[in-house]
Design a protein around this ligand. Structure first.
Ligand code: DQA
Length: 150
């Protein structure tokens, strides 16, 4: 059996408010509930998941740096930093860890300022509009793409 893949899930600013924050857009589940389900789901696919949320760009960057050489794939919802942060993009490029960009909402059918992402052109994949299910879809795809290449 191959070694368990280590996946790091990173959530950016205001995602700690899920459950309370605009539930008609982001759903009723809290981030803790979503991440708990994800850890269980990943375990069933023999993947190991850790997760981190911060409202601070610097903390998010430091977390990405600390993943260097430790993590096989990053799943990131950069939240509002999607549309603003060259620094977070550069952090992901600096560690050269493949990553999947996830958004709960379909950013393309929202305000024009949400249509541009600093991440999509360097991401392995992008998922948006499936709510919290998007994180599970990313985990599922990572598990299967690994099986396909072994
Ligand atoms: C988001 C979309 C972003 O535009 C927004 O700033 C967020 C959440 C999403 O998951 O749909 O905070 O990344």
């Amino acid at each position: 059996m191959t070694a368990k893949l280590n996946i790091l899930v990173i959530n950016g600013p205001n995602l700690n408010m899920l459950g309370k924050r605009e539930p008609e857009i982001y759903g009723a589940q809290t981030l803790a509930e979503i991440m708990q389900e994800l850890v269980t789901y990943a375990g069933s696919l023999n993947l190991s998941v850790s997760h981190f949320q911060s409202n601070s760009e610097a903390e998010l960057i430091n977390k990405i740096h600390s993943a260097f050489g430790q993590v096989d794939h990053i799943i990131i919802n950069p939240a509002a930093y999607t549309h603003t942060s060259v620094a977070l993009r550069d952090a992901l490029l600096s560690v050269a860890i493949p990553f999947t960009e996830v958004h709960l909402s379909n950013v393309h059918k929202r305000e024009p300022f949400r249509h541009h992402s600093y991440f999509s052109d360097v991401a392995q994949a992008v998922l948006c509009g499936f709510g919290a299910h998007g994180y599970k879809m990313a985990i599922n795809a990572i598990a299967h793409s690994v099986q396909d290449t072994h």
